[in-house]
Design a protein around this ligand. Structure first.
Ligand code: NAD
Length: 496
């Protein structure tokens, strides 16, 4: 697999950790035409509206056209060798290493969510650490009755629905995994991330064409809407659905009657107890919860800390460039964060205008001025505060002080809503760590690090930006987009 070198992984970890104390990332030059950290509520620079050429580069007006072009590409790819497929994946990676930063800029400008420099890191991560064909290791069993071989075959044409929060990263990640498995793809991007998603599809097709891949291996609907997503979900030419988004799209995919790989919402808790390295825990939580202004599904969304550790943790978060809001400030902030509060322990309706914005933009609404170095707003709240139970997708972290670690783990489990998505714990108590690992039952559980380490950013392992908890695939790879096929040779081909 084309992995990040140790040096590159260290670089990513340094960039994640190195933000602490700095306003802008080292990946964003001071003279950048794109300004410093993103997520401003001020009008964003307008991304030049290019007319969308239709048809030659994977982008088509209708779902029918996308499916037909992808089907042709799939049939052609089926006649090509595995090594050609590997050449195509290598071409995708090379192109995305070159163009990933520009596509990140386009995503940031178009959606107004998150931070440019964090989107650069996300694109680089999926480019280098999404597994390719190596995830398709065949399985062989031999015995007195011969040899049985199991291999991973493509489904055909996959319908992929992608989110606004990681638009370019999801298209890159899905393309590498799905084409590695021998499929072609029809993307229906989030309408708010249409241009940057289509630009990514075009760039991937151009890269593939340069090594002789069939045209339109990945296609995209030119004007994606919920209606076109519904057409993709019900089109008879689509063999598998892969959806990445909130509860609505997961429900729709599951009701479509097709096989669906569903990556849904999360509400990842972080638990901290008094045995933890509290200076590091505070830094890690600010890094994780502040990453891309908290729009990533794995970012820490609420924190439960034992009483003896609470003051030190909040102090270390402050030292790591979190703004610790007072209770009075929080009561004023709530009015901006929620457009509707539905009561204790209920998911409130989040004010979409603040999703993915920088802390200084959010705090300015209540007259508090902080500099661009501020990565996160944290505030101590009661356990039934709606922020604890809501996926806020903004850099505002509720912190709940609890009596003991058992209670912290129980509240973490409840506040995760059974999504089975992601969680973390900061502790040196191996009994408590083991208990949380069992109880929390998430696809990703990270100990003593930001949860993004579970995506391979500063932790070991491959990455995926489609973490399919509801349907059980977890971090998806080429294997998740494949069918198992078995071939049996009776009484022969065992060589021992
Ligand atoms: P969203 O659900 O609003 O949109 C996701 C995609 O689904 C978009 O393309 C949208 O057009 C489409 N869609 C939405 N409702 C639909 C419906 N009823 N029928 C057909 N298509 C529909 O989500 P978003 O705001 O783009 O992304 C944020 C959400 O996605 C968060 O909840 C986050 O946790 C989740 N997410 C999960 C993962 C994961 O890997 N599990 C990754 C990224 C984002």
């Amino acid at each position: 697999m084309n992995r990040l070198s140790d040096q590159q992984v260290e670089q990513i970890a340094r960039e994640l950790a190195g933000r602490l104390g700095r306003g802008t990332s080292p990946t964003l030059p001071a003279s950048s035409p794109y300004g410093s950290a993103g997520g401003s509520a001020a009008p964003l620079p307008v991304f030049p509206v290019t007319s969308l050429p239709v048809g030659g580069d994977g982008v088509f007006e209708t779902v029918d056209q996308c499916v037909a072009a992808a089907r042709r590409a799939f049939n052609e790819l089926a006649g090509m060798s595995l090594s050609k497929r590997e050449e195509i994946i290598a071409a995708y990676r090379a192109a995305m290493r070159e163009q990933g930063a520009d596509l990140a800029r386009q995503a940031w400008q178009e959606t107004g969510l998150g931070r440019y420099e964090d989107k650069v890191i996300k694109n680089r991560l999926v480019t280098d650490k999404t597994p390719g064909t190596e995830a398709l290791k065949p399985d062989a069993t031999s015995g007195d009755h011969g040899l049985t071989l199991t291999e991973w075959a493509p489904f055909g044409v996959i319908g992929a629905i992608t989110p606004t929060t990681n638009p370019t990263s999801t298209v890159i990640c899905n393309t590498i995994g799905m084409v590695a498995a021998g499929n072609a793809v029809v993307f229906n991007a989030h309408p708010s991330a249409r241009r940057s998603s289509l630009a990514t599809v075009r760039a991937l097709n151009a890269a593939a064409a340069s090594v002789g891949a069939p045209p339109n291996l990945v296609t995209a609907v030119a004007q994606p809407t919920i209606e076109s997503a519904t057409q993709v979900m019900t089109h008879k030419g689509i063999n598998l659905l892969v959806v990445t988004g909130g509860p609505g799209v997961v429900k729709a995919a599951m009701q479509s009657g097709k096989r669906a790989v569903c990556a849904g919402p999360g509400n990842p808790p972080a638990v901290v107890d008094e045995t933890a390295d509290l200076a590091k825990a505070g830094r890690d939580i600010v890094t994780g919860a502040g990453f891309d202004n908290n729009v990533i599904c794995v970012d820490e969304k609420q924190c439960f800390v034992t009483a003896p550790a609470a003051d030190k943790l909040l102090e270390s978060m402050r030292a790591a460039n979190a703004y610790i809001a007072t209770q009075a400030e929080m009561r004023r902030l709530e009015k901006h964060i929620f457009s509707e509060i539905r009561g204790p322990r209920q998911h409130g309706t989040i004010n979409k205008d603040l999703v993915g914005k920088n802390p200084e933009v959010i705090l300015a609404l209540i007259g508090v001025k902080v500099g661009p170095e501020c990565r996160l707003i944290a505030c101590e709240v009661a356990e039934d505060h709606p922020l604890v139970w809501s996926e806020q997708l903004m850099p505002v972290l509720p912190v709940v002080r609890v009596g003991n670690v058992a209670r912290a783990i129980e509240l973490a489990r409840e506040s995760e809503h059974g999504f089975g998505h992601s969680a973390s714990m900061h502790s040196r108590d191996i009994d408590a760590l083991s208990r949380m690992a069992r109880v929390i039952n998430t696809s990703i559980f990270v100990k003593n690090a930001p949860i993004v380490a579970g995506l391979g950013a500063g932790g070991e392992g491959f990455t995926s930006f489609t973490i399919a908890s509801p349907t059980g695939e977890g971090l998806t790879t080429a294997r998740s987009f494949s069918r198992q096929r078995r071939c049996v040779m009776v009484d022969h081909f065992r060589i021992v």
